[in-house]
Design a protein. Structure first.
Length: 138
């Protein structure tokens, strides 16, 4: 707002329409905030925010391929089961952080199904072994 007001003050429009100065002010301000956050994302103050942002991106990539991953997991694909395990663990963490535990029961059911499937196919699921590259096959 300050930038928009400064532009309007420096370059007044006789017609009274200052839309373009307001738009430029908003765009420049958004760019400045983006650059500042980008440069300081590793600052200890933003560590948790950056971690959650990365986790949400990873979960979104899995969600986009969920149908294929679930089908492959049913066929015994260990990578698909690992991706599901990562998705369930990450979702559980996010929901706990947001205090959004409404659908935790549904997640527990899916987790139990995945555990049974992994046991059936003799697959060990360790989320530390998850790598985004596993998703390329789906």
């Amino acid at each position: 707002m300050v930038l928009s007001q400064l532009l309007i003050y420096l370059f007044p429009d006789p017609s009274g329409s200052h839309f373009h100065w307001n738009a430029i002010g908003v765009l420049v301000s958004a760019a400045l905030v983006g650059i500042t956050l980008s440069k300081h994302r590793y600052h200890p103050y933003l560590t948790e925010v950056y971690y959650v942002w990365q986790l949400k991106q990873a979960l979104n990539k899995i969600t986009r391929k969920m149908r294929k991953i679930e089908a492959a997991a049913q066929q015994g694909n260990a990578d698909a089961m690992l991706a599901l395990q990562y998705s369930y663990s990450g979702s559980r963490l996010l929901w706990q952080l947001d205090d959004n535990t409404i659908i935790m029961d549904e997640l527990a059911v899916k987790q139990t199904e995945l555990n049974n499937l992994a046991e059936k196919h003799n697959v060990s699921l360790n989320v530390d072994e998850y790598n985004e590259q596993l998703l390329k096959q789906f």
